[in-house]
Design a protein around this ligand. Sequence first.
Ligand SMILES: [Zn+2]
Length: 121
Amino acid sequence: MSLKRPLYESIIDVDEFKAAYDADDPVQALERAERAVSTTEREYMPLCPVCYNSVSLIPKPGHRNIPNKIDTRYRCGHSQCGAHFNEPAKSIAELREEAREELSTAARHAARLARVVGVDR
Ligand SMILES: [Zn+2]
């Protein structure tokens, strides 16, 4: 009988891994990790335009005859939202870049205006 620990225990901290995915065992934690959306990718994924809290945008097939069907291209997969919409919102990365550009433009305008009216900072 071998007393060697499984290889993965020398690579990762199993307790930390289980805690990160709120799992009872490493297999369950791995299953949850594989299903989880990567936080890196998430930043570049389009958002639900209603809740701005979900990248789970479910494309809806156009050809099915479903009773009470709402005729839009997507449905938000967030359990608290579920909005139906045609156009997703921009990604967090795109919105952040837009915000930076707007702040920069606003700062230039404010500086120009301050010079014109003679206001010191
Ligand atoms: Zn939503």
